[in-house]
Ligand binder design. Structure first.
Ligand code: PEP
Ligand code: MN
Length: 347
């Protein structure tokens, strides 16, 4: 339930409503809007009786929330969330491009790729230091050494870095190095990891699970917001279906639904959806056309030698083509807002 205060409500009136909510044993969460303050009621076990709050001074309306997720929903916050990472804005009106290898392999590899993707238009650099691999015999990532390499990339290029935190044990380590923390598809419902991310000051990119419904995905994001971290970026990366023509099936309809349901930015990872290079550019075009706020794409200077996900990694020249094409598509929908990669970098 959402208590909407009138525009003229005083801070004493707001405090009194918060106290009335807490007196019932619920949690009150202030949700400042462009025009007015709203107060969300959370952690209620059963239905909330609106009449307790309707007559209080300064209260304009009490709105029932119909969705199981609350803080992530547009019912709680109609305005889009824009997440600022250094000079880069992620969310409505901004096209955000994240690119880099699947895994950090060496300093030379990362710097080489970073310079190329930055020249092409990438805003953030990605690379896994802790890798969730299907086989325990596959390359597991360089760990802290990989995180150090990522910070060297940030120093050399100015690009913020995004990397995955695999578990609660290493979350703090990743948090100390990364600008954005990724929670991977396999961990989407790792609730202790989500709770830990909720206590972080860093933005979190939350990937959709391999077989997660949209509701489960948004409920996972709700855990992070419930913990106090409102900086969540959702990432659709394909779900498992009967199809074998791609590694996963990119669920673009989910992007349209989530943009409607939630105020959080939504980006698309066409690489893990496709699992093969030749589908990445077409899927990227479609993702931007359907309304995604950005893309996360795997790029490698020598994919045939990559220690992870080489088959789906674009050559840097292909990433350049992708950037040019999707910028034109993005401009169709956001002609007045669009920010060119150059402007963003130099802002
Ligand atoms: C990744 O981004 O490198 C990754 C492992 O992604 P996902 O969790 O979507 O499989
Ligand atoms: Mn990968």
């Amino acid at each position: 339930m959402l208590v909407v205060m009138s525009q003229q409500a005083t801070s004493e009136e707001i405090d009194a409503v918060v106290a009335a909510i807490q007196a019932k044993g619920y949690t009150a969460r202030l949700i400042p809007g462009g025009e007015r303050m709203a107060i969300g009621i959370l952690h209620n076990k059963g239905a909330v009786d609106a009449s307790h709050f309707l007559g209080l001074p300064g209260v304009k309306d009490v709105i029932p929330v119909t969705r199981p997720y609350k803080l992530v929903s547009r019912e709680f916050q109609p305005e889009d969330t824009i997440i600022q990472v250094g000079d880069v804005a992620i969310g409505n009106g901004h096209l955000t491009l994240i690119a880099g290898p699947c895994a950090v392999e060496s300093e030379a590899q990362c710097l080489n790729i970073a310079r190329k993707v930055q020249r092409a238009g990438a805003h953030l650099f990605r690379g896994g230091a802790f890798k969730p691999r299907t086989s325990p015999y596959s390359f597991q990532g360089l760990g802290e050494q990989g995180l150090k390499i990522l910070t060297q990339v940030r120093e050399a290029t100015g690009m913020p870095i995004i990397t995955e935190a695999l578990d609660t044990e290493t979350f703090g380590l990743v948090e100390a190095y990364a600008d954005v923390i990724q929670i991977g598809a396999r961990n989407m419902q790792n609730f202790s990891l989500l709770r830990r991310a909720g206590r972080s000051q860093r933005p979190v990119l939350l990937k959709r699970g391999l077989a997660a419904t949209i509701e489960e995905w948004l409920m996972a994001a709700e855990y992070i917001l419930d913990g106090g971290n409102t900086q969540v970026i959702l990432c659709e990366r394909g779900v498992r279906t009967f199809a074998h023509h791609s590694r996963n099936t990119l669920d673009l309809s989910a992007v349209a639904v989530v943009c409607k349901e939630s105020h959080l930015p939504v980006i698309v990872d066409p690489s893990h959806a496709a699992g093969r290079r030749d589908q990445v550019i077409p899927l990227s075009r479609a993702a931007i056309a359907v309304g995604a706020h950005g893309l996360m794409v795997e790029v490698h200077h020598a994919p045939e030698e990559a220690l992870s996900d080489g088959a789906q990694s674009l050559y840097p020249e292909q990433f350049e083509v992708l950037c040019r094409q999707i910028q034109s598509i993005f401009d169709v929908f956001h002609p007045s807002h669009s920010v060119k990669p150059e402007e963003t970098r130099n802002a």
